[in-house]
Design a protein around this ligand. Structure first.
Ligand SMILES: [Zn+2]
Length: 85
């Protein structure tokens, strides 16, 4: 054996964690059901974690969820500002 008496092995435990939290609720007309109903703005963050410690945010999206029909759509920053105003 040429690799010597010791062999070190390192392995990392990677994972992706997704967290969602409710940012705001605002009444607006829904693009799915057409009703004027409270729309929840939810921020979803996906993080890479190593040994269960979150390190990097890899994905950040905002979702708008209709409380009437449950229709979910992604919103961008401009749409969110328009909604929150
Ligand atoms: Zn709806």
């Amino acid at each position: 054996m040429s690799s010597g008496p010791y062999r070190e092995e390192m392995f990392f435990l990677f994972g992706l964690t997704t967290r969602e939290h409710l940012q705001s609720t605002r009444s607006a007309s829904c693009r799915y059901c057409g009703r004027f109903a409270p729309q929840q703005v939810i921020q979803r963050r996906t993080k890479i974690s190593v040994f269960f410690i979150p390190l990097l945010t890899v994905n950040k999206t905002r979702l708008q969820v209709c409380t009437n029909c449950g229709g979910t759509s992604r919103i961008n920053g401009a749409e969110e500002r328009a909604l929150v105003r």
